[in-house]
Each structure stands twice: as structure tokens, then as C-alpha cells.
Design a protein around this ligand. Sequence first.
Ligand SMILES: [Fe+2]
Length: 360
Amino acid sequence: MSTPLPPLRRRRVLGALAGSAALAGCAQTVPGGGAASGARIRIGVASCCDQTKPQPIWDAVLAEAPDFFVFAGDNVYASRQPFDVAELRAAYALQSRVANFQRLRSTLPHTAIWDDHDYGLNDGGADFAHREASKAAFVDFWQVPADDERHGRPGLNHVRWVEREGRRVQLIVLDARWWRSPLKRTDQRGAPGKERYVPDADSAKTMLGAEQWAWLEQRLREPADAHLVVSGVQLLAEGHGFESWSNLPLERERFFRTVKASGARGVVLASGDRHIGGLYQHAALDAGYALWEITSSGVTHPWTTANEPGPNRIGPLVRERHYGVVEFDFAAGELTLALRGEANQVLHAHSVPLAALQPA
Ligand SMILES: [Fe+2]
């Protein structure tokens, strides 16, 4: 288990983050702009979007106009059993008719990964029998290009690059469903801290699978100013017994060791799934430096009564509809993680010196 670091030395109000539409770009790689724009890269992230519910949050994302956007899973809901891929395709069809979502897709460069509800089985993993059919629906809806590597191999993990003015952020998008081993069920369903699952130190179990682990080890070694690692389920959060990397603690430790062995600096995490928003920090000594994570999970139906201890959480749970922004301000040498609401107001944010995101 981890030891939380002391509270951050700095916290700022994020007025400067608003009104940055001038930085919007429509290409995945954004060419360098004028000197006035500064070397900032802003990546939006959101998850848990029920296609049948109102989605005003996309208007806030459009107003913010980040450089890139990540749909971090549960992008539609179609996990009723017995699974029928026609229901998943119908969910995608309904989602594609949401006007502001459509606008976002057509104006912001973006990518996506699934979580359980668009994978097709609540809390599903490698044993979900229909994952190939789900994957086919996913690549159709998200218009994965014909020459994309995801067509030719299992899983949906992939990499994207977001570049501005010579700065490069590598987006490593993990697939925490395709290979994931069965989790150890709780003996006290609903009990605080062990609501659904309990940690399982079985070394034969995997979160990413051997193939994806090898891939991750290689990708983290690619030169970048920062690496934003996206996992549908939370990686750093502790103190609850829902799905997270804490269910497979050896795999989480392996992630930390993998970061350290790669020598990658500026590794930041983004996740979803939980129907709450939060910012997390983990001392992660095995990673070589303290890691940060933003959980952005509340497009349509946040868990408004959520309450959990969150030993690694910095600040409150965000329990209203929101999305997240990860801002790498290379000019100021600062990372800012922000959760924003329907009026694009900052609900919760924290800043960290980028210099802290590297081995001492
Ligand atoms: Fe989920």
C-alpha cells in the first residue's frame, strides 16, 4: 500500500485555462503557432456517457477546445446480458445522433478506448465471449483507419502523439479489458472498501496481458516531453472495492516498475469508470517518482451520493457532471489537472511542477 505525499506546495485558480480556444487544432499533430500561444498542450478526457441521457458537457468541451480529446471508456452503455452486439451498435447509432457530440467529433482530434459497458459485460475481462464482435462495432463507430494496427491484432491499446511548438506528448491508451484475468469477488458485497472485489496477489493473473505489457515497455521508451497513460479503470486510487488496478496489486506494482525501467519522465495517468471525478497522487517509489492521476467519469450520470476515504485522493470527490483537462504547460514548467463542469467552470484542480515528474 502507498504512503501519500504531503499536500502540494501550489494550487492555483485556473482562470488562465479558460478562453483558450485560440489553441484549438483540428489535426492530431498541431503545428507550432505564434510565440504568444506558448508551449501548452491541453488534453481533454471524459468517460461514462449513457447514450439515452442529456449530454450538455460536450458544450463545455467545445468551449474549452483542448488540443486533443480522449474518450476514456463506457462511451456508450450496452452491457445488458445476454449480450447482443445489435444493442451495442444501436447504442452507438443513438450516440452518433447527439448534436454536440457530433460537433466535438468533427472538430477536435480525438481517440477512444472502451471500458466494460462498451466492451459488452459489466466488469468484463478476457473471458467475455463476444469481445471480437464488440471490437468490430468499436472500430466502426470510432472510424479506426483501415491501416491502423488495431485491426490486425487483439485488443485496442494504441498510441497517439500530440505535438505543439516542438513539444511532444505521447498518449498511451491501454486496453484493460481484453486480456484481464477474472477478479476475486468480495465476501461482503457492498461493504466499504470491499464493495465488489478484494485484492488478489495471484501472480498468474494479469491486467494487460503479456503482449500488451511488452508493447507498453517499448512505447514508454519512445522520446517524449510527457506521457499520458490512459486506463479505463483507476490505477492509483485505493480505499474502495470496485474495479481498479488495486484488485491486482502485483500488476500495479509492475506498472510502477515498468515506468522506472523505461526511464520515462512526465508520466501522468487518466482514467474513468467510477461515476465520480477525482485527482490522485501516489508516492509510487517503484516508479521512481510520485505519480498523478485524473479520474474523469461523469458525462451523464455521476454518483451524486458517493463517499469514500480515498487515501491517495487529493481534494474532494467531484459528484456532478464533468470532464477533465490535463494541461502540460511547458513554458511554465507545470502540469495542471482540472475537472470542469457544464459551464466549463473549474470544479477542482491541482498543479504540479513538471520537474517533479522524473526520478530525483
Ligand atoms: Fe466502467
